[in-house]
Structure formats: C-alpha cells, structure tokens
Ligand binder design. Structure first.
Ligand code: HAM
Length: 418
C-alpha cells in the first residue's frame, strides 16, 4: 500500500466543517479590514526565498523543498507567502495603484521540519500583507485584525507578544553589542548557536535549548540599541493597540526566524499547544520590496497556521451538519418513482442522497442512519401506486404521508427552514 508522506496530512470529510469555519472567518475578517485576496503560485524560483527569508535562516538552510526544473532552474515549494506576495506586487506594479495595497492569501506552505503535533511538512497559512504605509497605525491595524480574528474563533489561552527590531541601520550596531556579549558565553551555548554567533547572532536569542536561554538571560536588549525614531514608532504602535483594548506583552527576545523583518515584530502564542506554541506571527519588512528589485516600500504582515487553529477551535463552535434527506426508493415502481423526485429535491436545494445497492426498506433505513441523515423519504411500490411518499424523522421516528404533487415544496420548506 502506498501511504501519504510523513508530516503531509489528509484533511478528511469529518474535519471539513472545522476548516471551512476557519477559512470563512479568515476571509470575512480580511475583507472587514479592507484586504483583497491574492492567489499566488505554490512554487517559485529558489532565489526568491533565499534572498527574502535570508540565506542563513533555518528555513533556507535546512527546510526548503527544492528541485531542479527540466532546464536546470532551481525551484522551491513556497515555505511561506510573503516572498511570493512581494514578488507579485513588484512584477505587476501594484504600487502604481492607490496605496496601501492590502493583500491576503490562504493556502499550503511546505517546510521540511521534524513532524510533530502542530508541526507539519505541508501546512496551511492565512496571511495578510499591507504594502505602502510606514505609519504605526498600519501596524496597529494589522495586529487588530490578527487579534480580532482569533477572538472570533474563541481560541483559548492566547498572548500577543510584541517586540521591535529597530530600523535596518540599527541592526549592525546591535549585532556587534550582542556578539561581544555572546563571545563571553561561547562555552555555555549550544553548537548551533556557536555557529549562529558568526552568521546570525540575533537567532541565538530565539534558541529553545535551556542552556542557551540561561546563558543569554542578561543579553543586551534590542530596545536599548535602536534609534529614537524607531523607539517612537514602537511607542505609537503600543498606544494604538491600547486605544482599541488589545492586550499585549513585551518580549525583547522575539527576533523571528526570517531575516526580512525590521521594526515591529510579533507572535501570538498559545498555552495549550505544547512546544509548537505559535499560532500566528509577523512583523514589518520595510526593506524587502527593495531587496527584490522594487522601489522603497514600507510593509507589514502576518501569517497564521491553520492546523494549529484547527487544534484549538472549540468543538461547539463548529456548525452542526445541515438537515439532510435520504431517499429510500425500493421495489420496481418505488425505485422508478423515487429517482426523479430525488433530482427535483436536489434542484430545490435539499441535500439529498440514496444508496442504489439497498433493496429493502430495512437496509435503506440502516444506511440512512449510518449517513446521519435527519429524514428519510420512503417510496415503495404501494406509495408509488398511491402517489404518496412517507417522510420519516430519523430522530423522533415520527412518519407522515405527503402527496407527490406537493412533495418537493413541502419537504424543501421543512428541511430548508431548520
Ligand atoms: P512564520 O512564523 O514562519 O511566519 O509562520 C507563521 C505561522 O505559520 C506560525 O506562527 C505557525 O502558526 C505556522 N507554521 C509555520 N511553520 C509551520 C509548520 N511546519 N507546521 C504548521 N504550522 C506552521 C511566516 O511565514 C511569515 N511569512 C509571516 C509574515 C507575513 N510576516 C509578514 N508577513
């Protein structure tokens, strides 16, 4: 038997209502805040991700699904959506339309990570990108959207963690201060962090290894090494969140695993998720459009992991299946009469099904129960002769006769109004 790939999951019919609820809510909230949907390719040239996310990040170094096209071009399954959105923004000159451009997307992403609960190799994101506004109000708006979207889904135990990385020009100064500090702790940090110390010292602050956490507990804070302008921006973002009563907690160690970030960064964590506790994350990436060949364009966005939301979604929020009808036609005449009625009922909008294998009423009713149909329409030879069908409520077992002449309207009126 050929099995699915590790960390690449099927979303089975029983889970679909949960997923539709999340996706519909994502679309509704994105539109509520003025974002328009964009559908981006699943694969792009590898260089797009290497240049955007950063050559020394875990994603680019270890996690990308990269393959050679037939002409040798290196292609990669998208590990995230921001790089593609920015590529598209530049390629289609979306900056020439009135700014800001507010885009959102939903779809699969691919990262070769070690699979565990809430961490997959094919996972799904809902992401938004707001391009063209530098004002801190844009940060607050994007964060409000993120928070209100989670709130609407009643997700439990969430914290919005907030930090700033300062402006791009602040980075070399802070990197030096941090590197000098880390040199004094070199023997206490893990081998991976010893390497990061050279390549990407900020990432050491994000390491989950307890020894590294301990060794960097007193590390110099970014906030003390950023420009007054960056500090003022951050103050205004915080004020903007407070003005609309969005709670947040400051986390000076929040550096994020993608290199394009500048200024505001954030993550929404959940106490119910174990090790993979980030439900959503994002930040400003004011330099990325230029890095990819566009004009100077400030931007901010986030992405949330839909599998993690699905794990957290309270069961009672998921809608019950709508009433559905099983049509039990049996006997020669009953089967013949049932067939066009089934078609008319479906055209009238009634969710209806049947099972052509069953020949007895008992077998039909058993099947209707198995399929969790709320009602069964019984049409045997006798009913066909009389021009009447029997509508059976599968829960109360109450049955009533309905003439064929008014059947479609009558059944549709009952099932569609529930
Ligand atoms: P990210 O932090 O890499 O950011 O991913 C965002 C979210 O995607 C995470 O918080 C998590 O919920 C989910 N996620 C990531 N990896 C996995 C995985 N292997 N399995 C399941 N869920 C996962 C980004 O992707 C940025 N593009 C966000 C952004 C948009 N920044 C600005 N604009």
């Amino acid at each position: 038997m050929i099995k699915g790939i590790k960390g690449v999951k099927d979303i089975l019919p029983d889970q679909i209502d949960r997923w539709l609820l999340i996706e519909n809510s994502a679309r509704r909230y994105a539109r509520l805040y003025g974002f328009r949907e964009i559908r981006l390719p699943i694969f792009e040239v590898t260089d797009l991700f290497a240049r955007s996310i950063g050559a020394t990040t875990d994603i680019v170094e270890k996690e990308m699904y990269t393959f050679a096209d037939r002409d040798g071009t290196s292609l990669t399954l998208r590990p995230e959506g921001t790089a593609g959105a920015v590529r598209s923004y530049i390629e289609h000159n979306l900056g020439a339309s009135p700014l800001p451009q507010k885009l959102f997307y939903l779809g699969p992403m691919f990262r070769h990570e070690r699979p565990q609960a809430g961490r997959l190799r094919q996972f799904h994101q809902f992401g938004v990108e707001l391009l063209g506004v530098a004002a801190p109000e844009a940060d607050a708006e994007v964060l409000s959207l993120l928070w209100r979207f989670f709130h609407a889904l009643s997700l439990p135990g969430l914290t919005l963690e907030l930090n700033t990385l300062g402006e791009t020009e602040d980075r070399p100064r802070y990197k030096k201060v941090l590197r000098d500090f880390l040199e004094t702790k070199k023997s206490a940090i893990c081998a991976n962090c010893q390497r990061r110390l050279e390549t990407n010292p900020l990432r050491v602050l994000d390491c989950k290894v307890p020894g590294c956490r301990e060794a960097t507990a007193d590390a110099p804070s970014i906030i003390d090494h950023i420009s007054p302008r960056a500090r003022e921006h951050f103050e205004e973002v915080k004020a903007g969140l407070s003005a609309v009563n969005i709670p947040f907690s400051l986390n000076p160690r929040l550096v994020r695993g993608l290199d394009y970030y500048t200024s505001t960064t954030f993550e929404v964590t959940c106490t119910h998720l174990g090790a993979q506790n980030a439900v959503g994350a994002g930040g400003r990436y004011d330099g990325l459009v230029e890095v990819l060949g566009g004009g100077p364009t400030p931007a901010i966005g986030f992405a949330v992991g839909l599998e993690r939301i699905a794990l957290l979604l309270p069961g009672d929020l998921v809608p019950q299946p709508s009433p559905s009808l099983y049509v039990a036609g049996f006997g020669r005449d009953g089967t013949r009469a049932a067939y066009p009625l089934l078609d008319s009922l479906r055209q009238a909008g009634v969710e209806a099904t049947c099972d052509y294998r069953s020949t007895t009423l008992k077998a039909h009713l058993r099947q209707a129960d198995r399929l969790h149909c709320s009602h069964t329409l019984i049409i045997g030879d006798d009913e066909a002769t009389k021009g009447m069908a029997i509508l059976r409520n599968m829960v109360s077992k109450v049955q009533e006769e309905i003439p064929f002449s008014s059947l479609v309207n009558d059944v549709a009126a009952r099932l569609l109004k529930v």
